[in-house]
Design a protein around this ligand. Structure first.
Ligand SMILES: C[S@@+](CC[C@H](N)C(=O)[O-])C[C@H]1O[C@@H](n2cnc3c(N)ncnc32)[C@H](O)[C@@H]1O
Length: 208
């Protein structure tokens, strides 16, 4: 199925295609093509006015969302200064409208989320996988009622399907934290959501 899907998704936007090429040449992890297509569909459906993202990398997903929601304001948090600088350059290359609407914040997403006020219509988590669960209280506080939470890499190469004890030692904490995150979002009564086998696992949930 993955090979079939990979043959179907291709980027038609020249700048997004350029960023994907750069990411592949420089080993920067960006959304897989099927996840990118799904994220774009979600944004087109939901038409969020304000989006918060954790994990900018070189700005690929931020640019994709900005293009899918032409009126949206996007704040995106990146930990690595060099990567954030590349993202800012890419967003500048996308033109003044995109540069005005997308703000790259340099910092640790957990700390930045904790410091933010106001509300967002959509939050996209794509940073340190083991931290999602620790960010959930802030995600809930920052999401407007009916707001959309999307989180990538929730299947973590299939490792979340098994108990953390059976994961390689270096992955145990991430697996345990990711399972706790998924359980709280799907079973905690605060969201209605689903975990989809799209890309490396996308969790999509609506705040009650
Ligand atoms: C998978 S990449 C993001 C890809 C991007 N969303 C895209 O699809 O174009 C994850 C990014 O999160 C950043 N990151 C890791 N830990 C972070 C943290 N605690 N806070 C903010 N960013 C973090 C990494 O430096 C990396 O650039």
């Amino acid at each position: 199925m993955n090979d079939f899907l990979a043959s179907l998704y291709f980027e038609t936007d020249p700048l997004l295609e350029k960023l994907r090429g750069y990411a592949s040449a420089h080993n920067v992890p960006v959304l897989r093509p099927d996840s990118a297509a799904f994220l774009r569909t979600l944004v087109l459906l939901r038409k969020p006015g304000k989006i918060l993202e954790a994990g900018t990398a070189i700005g690929y997903s931020a640019l994709l969302m900005a293009k899918a929601a032409p009126d949206a304001l996007i704040e995106t948090v990146e930990l690595d200064a060099d990567t954030a600088a590349v993202a800012r350059g890419n967003l500048r290359d996308a033109g003044p409208d995109i540069e005005r609407r997308v703000r790259v914040i340099l910092g640790d997403a957990s700390e930045v989320f904790a410091s933010l006020r106001g509300t967002y219509d959509m939050i996209f988590l794509d940073s340190a996988k083991g931290q999602y669960v620790h960010m959930l209280d802030d995600v809930l506080r920052l999401l407007s009622p009916g707001g959309l939470l999307v989180a990538d890499n929730c299947i973590f190469y299939g490792k979340v399907f098994d108990e953390p004890a059976s994961a390689p030692h270096k992955h145990r904490t991430i697996v345990a934290n990711m399972r706790a995150f998924i359980e709280r979002v799907l079973c905690g009564g605060e969201f209605d959501g689903s975990l989809l086998e799209c890309g490396d696992g996308m969790l999509v949930a609506v705040k009650r």
